[in-house]
Structures are given as structure tokens and as C-alpha cells.
Design a protein around this ligand. Structure first.
Ligand code: GDP
Length: 296
């Protein structure tokens, strides 16, 4: 289970504080040393950990004596609030255009779960009464086009593709009039992934972006890859500009550092989490619920 290690470590730390009627500065310092170690072991970005611990410490020492809470409960409350803030505070939703179609561009490296997530998102939007169109724009891997077509058939959601050899920008552009004439109000473009970030990939994505002007660029990253996922997000955000992140494979036993760091490092919020291989397994991301789950 994701965050299992972190959860256990934090609970142990807070258990030690429970016996104390009043917390001294030393107690708080010791607890924060443990919190710091726990976060680093969970693969949270080093600088993020430093800022986090500093904030919690400042709030925990001095002020905030609440009559209804024990000192240990006050520290837990502060950690909970700061974890929530770290992950973006409130839920971040998709940008839906007031004039249809809403155009969503899915980007990411190969294997992160981009194509699967495109399907999951289409299903989720249809459940909300929308009429999505999936666009097969990962033209370099014929298997990817096929994969999306299979997904579309399975979900009974239309898939737009063009003949082999058509370039990715043209396909994206042509999908818009197609959507309009087929009463689709959300276009989900499954762009090409690569094993690594390279100039060519970014160039293509930038061209698609300037051609179709998406309302939402969603980066799909794999929680299991830890800080690599954060680096990938930083790089895509720098070159392309992102509106949101989908963190996949949150059902696995990732340590969770990527989910905790990525908003603070990139400024870009996680909007959805992938919770399994099934097409229903996509959930909106709620920072407060995730923080409470970590704290057990
Ligand atoms: P793409 O190359 O980025 O398009 O990746 P795919 O969509 O083909 O997904 C790669 C693999 O990850 C597939 O086996 C998916 O079933 C799996 N996958 C995607 N999202 C999740 C998730 O949230 N949890 C789990 N456990 N597996 C996932």
C-alpha cells in the first residue's frame, strides 16, 4: 500500500508525544527530526522536506495552544494541515471550456499509463454526462493506436484516427471539426510518449499545443518512479506548461514521495490518481483526504 512506510513512521513519532502533558521545544525538535527522516525515507524531495519541517516547527513551537487538544494532537493537526497544503490544499478540477469542445491533451513518457488514463478519463467524463472523443495521436507506435481503438470499443467511446503517415499535428487539428460534427464535447488527445524526454518530443507537443490550444494539458506520471516522476513533471512543465498531473499506480506500494513533492516542486497540482488497471480506477485527487490517510 502506498504511504504505508510513511504512515507507520509518523504514527510512531506521534505516539511518543502522547504521554507529554506539555511539549517542550526539545520534544518538538525531536519529533520533527523523526518526521524529517520519515519523509526522506518516503522519497520526498529534499528541499520540500526542509521547508515542510521548518513550517511545522514554527507553528508547533510557541503559539497554537488549544484548550480542546493535547499538545500531541496539536502537532498532528499542524502536520495534517501542512501535508494538505503541500499537496495543493483543495481539489483541483479539470478546466472545462464554456464553449465545447473542451480539448484535453494527455502527455507523458511511455509506460506511465497515458493511454489507459485517456480511456479512464473518457469513461469518467461520460459518467458525468459528457460525450468524449478519444484521439489516437501516438503515431509512432502502431500498437498504441490499436490499444486506444480497443479501449474505445470496450467503452463504446468513439476514437478518431487517420491513415498511417499522417503527422500528429494534423491529426489533432482534424479531430476538432470531427468532434463538432459528431456531437462530441470533450476531445482527449493521446499524444506520443517516449522512453526519455527529448527535444523532438517536446517540439511535437508544442506544435500540437499551438495548433489546437488545449484547455487542459495533463501529464501522466507513474508514482512508482518516485523522484523521477517529479523531474519529468518539472521538465514537461518547463517546456510545455502543464495544467495538471495524473499520478498513476497509486494502488501499488510506491513510497509516495512523488505524490507529496510534485505540487511543491512544479506548482502544478495533481488532479487525478490512478488506482488500478481497471478502467473505473481513476479518482479525483483530494489533498485533505490523502493527508488524513497518511496520518492514519
Ligand atoms: P502508456 O505507454 O503511458 O500509454 O501506458 P499504458 O496506458 O499502456 O499503461 C502501461 C501499463 O500501466 C499498463 O499495463 C496499464 O494497465 C498499467 N497502468 C496504468 N495505470 C495504472 C494504475 O493506476 N495502476 C496500475 N496498477 N497499473 C496501471
Amino acid at each position: 500500500m502506498i504511504f504505508e512506510g510513511l504512515s507507520e513512521r509518523l504514527q510512531e513519532t506521534f505516539k511518543k508525544l502522547r504521554g507529554h502533558g506539555k511539549l517542550t521545544e526539545d520534544d518538538v525538535n525531536e519529533a520533527m527530526r523523526d518526521v524529517r527522516m520519515a519523509l526522506l525515507e518516503a522519497d520526498v524531495n529534499f528541499k520540500v522536506v526542509k521547508d515542510f519541517v521548518k513550517k511545522v516547527k514554527e507553528r508547533a513551537i510557541g503559539q497554537e495552544v488549544l484548550e480542546t487538544l493535547t499538545p500531541a494532537q496539536v502537532v498532528i493537526k499542524i502536520v495534517n494541515e501542512e501535508l494538505t497544503a503541500l499537496m495543493g490544499g483543495t481539489q483541483s478540477k479539470l478546466n472545462i471550456s464554456s464553449v465545447p469542445p473542451t480539448i484535453i491533451m494527455m502527455v507523458g513518457l511511455q509506460g506511465a499509463g497515458k493511454t489507459t488514463t485517456a480511456g479512464k478519463l473518457a469513461l469518467s467524463l461520460r459518467k458525468q454526462g459528457k460525450h468524449p472523443l478519444l484521439v489516437a495521436d501516438d503515431i509512432y507506435r502502431p500498437a498504441a493506436v490499436k490499444q486506444l481503438e480497443v479501449l474505445g470499443k470496450q467503452l463504446d467511446i468513439p476514437v478518431f484516427s487517420m491513415e498511417a503517415g499522417t503527422d500528429a499535428v494534423t491529426i489533432a487539428k482534424e479531430s476538432v471539426p470531427y468532434a463538432n460534427s459528431h456531437a462530441a464535447d470533450v476531445i482527449i488527445i493521446d499524444t506520443a510518449g517516449r522512453l526519455h524526454i527529448n527535444e523532438e518530443l517536446m517540439q511535437e507537443l508544442t506544435s500540437i499545443k499551438s495548433e489546437v490550444k488545449p484547455h487542459e494539458i495533463l501529464l501522466v506520471v507513474d508514482a512508482m518512479t518516485g523522484q523521477d516522476a517529479v523531474n519529468v513533471a518539472e521538465s514537461f512543465n518547463g517546456s510545455l506548461g502543464l495544467d495538471g498531473i495524473v499520478m498513476t499506480k497509486m494502488d501499488g506500494d510506491a513510497r509516495g514521495g512523488a505524490a507529496l513533492s510534485v505540487k511543491a516542486v512544479t506548482g502544478c497540482p495533481i488532479k487525478f490518481v490512478g488506482m488500478g488497471e481497471k478502467l473505473e480506477a481513476l479518482e479525483p485527487f483530494y489533498p485533505d483526504r490523502m493527508a488524513s490517510r497518511i496520518l492514519g
